[in-house]
Design a binder for this molecule. Sequence first.
Ligand SMILES: [Zn+2]
Length: 160
Amino acid sequence: MNDESINRHIQAVAIQFISYRGDIRAMASFIAASMGDAAPDIELLTNYLRKPEIHEELIKWDVGIWRNTTGDWSLVSLAAPSSIEQMRYRLEHFPTSNTQCRWCLQDAKRLAHIELIPEKDIRGEPVDNSWLHKFCMRPWLTMRNQVARAQTAPSKESLI
Ligand SMILES: [Zn+2]
């Protein structure tokens, strides 16, 4: 069961929180609050959020949702920043700890080697201190490609 009206509110909550980590029932209650009177039962909503096929579907909505090794859940907005400048800023700044995901900044701590995967450069070499969740890697690489393309695009002057 894939429900667009629920997905729209999951997306809204993900955008509002940007990066949330906690209990799945708390997550369901935020989504129910967003839905108001149209909200289904919390139990039903929690079950909906647990389904792997819904996690796949939500990628199309720029939403990452997954269960961490420790048993809690993450809800992350996978939407890219709106400008190249903001994207470049994100690419140039590193989190305070190298056990944090560079996209969502959630800290995997001692489980970083299990939960995060290294970013690879165009030659396939790992990028120093750049680790990301599987779900966060795709928007990160898309952002990296967009910035690289903007840098190599000919400027107006060179076209004259
Ligand atoms: Zn992440």
